[in-house]
Design a binder for this molecule. Structure first.
Ligand SMILES: Cc1ncc(COP(=O)(O)O)c(C=O)c1O
Length: 365
């Protein structure tokens, strides 16, 4: 198969879905897939078997949810547009507004259930770029700006304050959320605890999450939703690429037919070091290389890795855990080819779901 391509393993993916379903069965929470983190049409029918629906960031994701996933569609955006709100409304079971101004502008055009996103003003998000409760955050209404007298038609509250975090962090957020809005929560039909719950990561305290949700539901008698993205696609597959050339500049640098910037953007934005199959940290193994992208960006670097044997042109490099927040963020920067989308089905068959080429670049430029 020609590189680059993302290879998602159905077996691993189903394992994540099974765990999320268990959380749902044992706590009564409804779990929605956050399409912003994972939107792979080839696995949509599997998602629908286990989860209650999708959470969407606007019109395009809502249309995609309707076309491929089924189930409930919840849509939240920092701001909705006049020429899109009616279509979003016709697709969405829940619409969550980010401000009272938006609520008042569009309240009468919403067909489904209306919610407001609030900012619980507590978050231990590891990186400021991904901190929804950071200084001057535009994401959610703070308690100071919350108008209890303007809740006509509002049936739910939504918060999203976590990023790759454990149930302990959720517990802290819940304390703050309840201390600020318990009166409103008591009048709601539903509460959405957002995403950022790292449920499928090894060591996540699943029992604690279940207890937190059950206790909350006992206190308020409301429907509770969570909307993970990363936890759905977590460790379900890899990005497969090839070595194109090896250059020298005080170290060996392998140029790959891929790009950190275009295909693994969080390695730069977050930033973090992706695991490479059969490779170690620099100098841990005998041969160390910098792995770098085939673009003009000087910082288009995946990182430094060591290998047991020297790399050669044509060798395959496999970056682990590259299914979430990659495919959905890909660009054609420098005209670089988008990685194809491939699924390793449980019966061992490889299914190429999407093949990309010049057409994507041409259509977008
Ligand atoms: C409102 C909202 N919900 C859900 C998510 C999904 O978060 P995660 O993929 O970290 O679970 C995000 C991510 O940014 C979000 O902004």
């Amino acid at each position: 198969m020609n590189t680059p391509y993302y290879l998602c393993e159905e077996k691993l993916f189903r394992r994540n879905l099974e765990l999320l379903k268990r959380v749902s069965d044992e706590s009564g929470v409804k779990v929605l897939l956050a399409l912003k983190g994972f939107a792979f049409s080839g696995l949509a029918s599997l998602v629908s078997e286990y989860l209650s629906g999708c959470t969407c960031s606007g019109l395009h994701e809502a249309k995609f949810a309707k076309e491929y996933f089924g189930g409930e569609i919840h849509t939240y955006a920092p701001a909705f547009k006049d020429n899109e709100i009616d279509e979003i409304s016709s697709l969405s079971h829940h619409i969550v507004f980010n401000s009272f101004a938006q609520l008042n502008r569009y309240r009468d055009r919403v067909k489904g259930s209306i919610g407001l996103r609030v900012n619980p003003e507590v978050s231990s998000s590891p990186v400021e770029l991904y901190n929804p409760c950071g200084l001057y955050s535009r994401l959610g209404i703070t308690s100071k700006n919350f108008n209890q007298d303007d809740l006509e038609g509002v049936e739910g509250l939504h918060f999203h304050a976590l990023c790759e975090q454990d149930a302990d962090a959720l517990e802290e957020v819940l304390k703050s959320f309840e201390s600020k809005w318990s009166d409103v929560i008591s009048t709601c039909k539903w509460i959405n605890f957002g995403g950022g719950h790292h449920i499928t990561k090894k060591g996540y305290d699943v029992e604690k999450l279940i207890k937190l949700i059950k206790d909350f539901k006992k206190r308020y008698d409301v429907e509770v939703y969570i909307e993970p993205g990363e936890a759905v696609g977590w460790q379900t597959g890899a990005l497969h690429v090839s070595v194109l050339d090896i250059v020298e500049n005080d170290m060996k640098i392998a140029i790959l037919d891929s790009s950190a910037e275009a295909h693994m953007p969080d390695t730069i934005a977050m930033p973090y070091r992706a695991e490479v199959r059969d490779a170690g940290k620099p100098h841990e193994k005998k041969y160390t290389y910098r792995l770098a992208g085939n673009t003009c960006l000087a910082g288009d670097i995946m990182g430094d890795y060591s290998f047991d044997t020297p790399l050669h042109v044509g060798d395959k490099i496999i970056f682990e855990d590259q299914i979430h927040y990659t495919i959905v963020k890909n660009t054609t920067f420098n005209g670089i080819k988008l990685p194809d989308l491939v699924i390793l089905r449980e019966n061992g068959e490889l299914e190429v779901v999407k093949k990309f080429g010049y057409e994507e670049y041409r259509r977008r430029n």
